[in-house]
Design a protein around this ligand. Sequence first.
Ligand SMILES: C[S@@+](CC[C@H](N)C(=O)[O-])C[C@H]1O[C@@H](n2cnc3c(N)ncnc32)[C@H](O)[C@@H]1O
Length: 216
Amino acid sequence: MKKPVSDLSEWQTVEHTANYLAKAEKLPHRAEAEAALLDQIPPKVTRILDLGTGDGLTLALVKQRHPEAESVGLDFSEPMLLQAKKRFANDQHVKLVMHDFNLPLPASELGCFDAVVSSLAIHHLHHERKRQLYQEVFDLLNPDGVFCNLEHVASPTQRAHLKCLAKVGMTPETEDPSNKTLDVETQLGWLRQIGFVDVDCYWKWLEVALLVGYKP
Ligand SMILES: C[S@@+](CC[C@H](N)C(=O)[O-])C[C@H]1O[C@@H](n2cnc3c(N)ncnc32)[C@H](O)[C@@H]1O
């Protein structure tokens, strides 16, 4: 594994990652969202990339449907990657890559993919970098490949944001300071400009949205 470029994020700490992992599977409507994501993945995929894989929760679900697919889980958090390593200890088809996606994706190391997934990760990037990353994802996809981004998106107003926080048992004081959420429309627009087709929000609950586009 390569060393992370930056160790300034709270995601590098055992405490922050453990707090997230303790509640990750209990996030409201998570199973519904994941089912919607799985539905968008073509029946035959040979290579899958998960951006911000964490402990590999989403990648493991995709792998249940596509056990033979060669998979790459990318993250910059050592504590998260240690958990992912445990999860996939017996799976020779999974490779874990330590990389900070604030920097360009290591395209030659990664290769090409039929599906790129991401769950609750890309909203940690500045908006300009989000758009660049979407372009890099497009460039890594094979024709007919899919990008499924199950993302934490922005509420339309502060009032709606506060309501959403309350629903997940949080307050402005306890919410993750590294969140840089952005509205759905802007992100769908970027995906279309980049060249993705069939772009839409395929599922949404408050600030969690499944943004999908296919490479023609
Ligand atoms: C909220 S967790 C989601 C983990 C997992 N995808 C899930 O759905 O449970 C966000 C993940 O994104 C990773 N992450 C955040 N910023 C990142 C960056 N700049 N480069 C790589 N990974 C990043 C964190 O380390 C963490 O594992």
